[in-house]
Design a protein around this ligand. Structure first.
Ligand SMILES: NC(=O)c1ccc[n+]([C@@H]2O[C@H](COP(=O)([O-])OP(=O)(O)OC[C@H]3O[C@@H](n4cnc5c(N)ncnc54)[C@H](O)[C@@H]3O)[C@@H](O)[C@H]2O)c1
Length: 381
């Protein structure tokens, strides 16, 4: 059993604390936050211990510390976790710059400890089904594609949305990681990027929670149109924006020599993959035999949703115990960091940015491999 400590008891910690019990080899034992009251509240709700940050890092029963702090703190906190002799699993982004991501990698190497990084949504049944179809040649060779991750922004629902609009936030760093990671899962690493970026509004108004009505300043681009060239030869456009009130684009379409595949939104785990044949006939694939296809919760508006955040952490814990590479790999997170940084750099400087890093595609997580990570088959909500 691998002991888990949660560092950062904000919004997303609820997901980790509620999902971790689905997985066989991990046990969340403690939670800590700069704000002890937040840690205490989460600890009470989920029946784990509250620790100080220092106490969590020193705790002998904790093997992996999960970094759920705000993006600007990710580098320093992950370094502190490694310094304490623990393995680190970070929410995305791994770091705000490639230089900081490389620093984490060097420290992990020196410490002989692992680093894993979200997103783990690409391990969802839907995305693994898309991958199975692509690998089986269902649409031939992927030549190009389009991705759209566009909304009006995050200030409407998140009670403390400041970080989304500061360095380290924005749709590219916040949401681009889901898309780039999924594209690496499906078609492999990126070789170069180009982009145009812009900012739709200088301020945003918080729409929920205790600070509703408060105005915050936007410090980063909130719209990016990026071009990605892959080592496979494929080219993909990625439109990421928080300046869109409504649209009709699919999240992802990949165009193959023999058809088109439409995987689901990589921000989530589940849903149907569509294959569109020449002439327009549509085939739908639900991966119903995959345990991570089960809709195990309902959204605020009552829609069923498969949500298996922590599967990447469970896979890393199992990989450490078994001495194999973990799927949410440090090398992939480094590469994703460089791709996202390259998009922002290209937007600022108006030039193509060639990647210095690369990575392998993560191993597929088929139904059997997913089941092996779980305590029991998930129960529909
Ligand atoms: N909220 C979501 O839906 C969501 C989804 C996916 C990923 N994420 C990622 O998870 C991370 C956290 O997001 P969130 O929404 O939970 O943020 P949040 O602001 O709600 O919570 C962050 C918490 O980290 C604590 N913190 C900040 N610096 C710290 C430090 N140095 N040491 C200890 N604690 C520290 C804060 O006190 C706060 O409680 C971000 O990287 C975000 O990108 C969030």
């Amino acid at each position: 059993m691998t002991g888990i400590g949660i560092l950062g008891a904000g919004n997303i910690s609820e997901s980790y604390l509620s999902r971790a019990p689905l997985f066989a080899g991990i046990e969340v034992r403690a939670v800590a936050d700069l704000d002890p009251a937040r840690a205490a509240a989460r600890a009470e709700t989920f029946g784990v211990r509250a620790e100080t940050v220092e106490g969590l890092l020193a705790a002998p029963d904790i093997d992996i510390v999960v970094n759920l702090t705000v993006p600007t703190a990710h580098h320093a906190v992950t370094c502190a976790i490694l310094e304490a002799g623990k393995h680190a699993y970070s929410e995305k982004p791994l770091a705000l710059t490639l230089a900081d991501a490389r620093d984490i990698a060097a420290r992990a190497d020196r410490a002989g400890r692992r680093v894993g990084c979200a997103p783990d949504t690409f391990l969802g049944a839907s995305h693994q089904e898309s991958r199975r179809l692509i690998d089986a040649g269902a649409v031939g060779r992927i030549v190009h594609g389009t991705c759209h991750v566009m909304s009006a922004g995050m200030e409407g629902w998140h009670p403390n949305p400041d970080f989304f609009f500061q360095a380290g936030g924005g749709p590219i760093l916040d949401l681009g990681a889901y898309y780039v990671t999924q594209l690496i899962n499906l078609i492999g690493p990126v070789t170069r990027v180009a982009a145009m970026t812009g900012t739709g509004a200088a301020t945003r108004t918080i729409g929920s929670g205790a600070r509703a009505g408060e105005t915050i300043t936007v410090e980063i681009p909130t719209t990016a149109h990026a071009l990605l060239e892959f080592a496979s030869g494929a080219t993909v456009t990625l439109g990421a924006s928080w300046d869109v009130q409504a649209h009709g684009h699919r999240n992802v379409e990949l165009y193959g020599t023999e058809g088109t595949i439409a995987p689901q939104d990589p921000n989530f785990f589940g849903g149907t993959t569509e294959v569109i044949r020449p002439g327009g006939a549509v085939e739908r694939f639900d991966a119903a035999d995959h345990p991570l296809s089960v809709a195990n919760r309902t959204t605020n508006d009552g829609a069923p949703r498969a949500d298996y955040r922590t599967v990447g952490l469970a896979d890393m814990a199992e990989a450490i115990r078994g001495g194999r590479p973990h799927r949410c790999a440090l090398e992939m997170a480094l590469h994703v960091t460089e791709v996202l940084e390259g998009i922002l750099t290209s937007g600022e400087q108006g030039r193509f940015v060639t990647m210095a890093t690369t990575c392998d595609r993560p191993a597929a997580l088929d139904a059997e491999a997913a089941r092996a990570l779980m305590r029991a088959d998930p129960v529909p909500a």
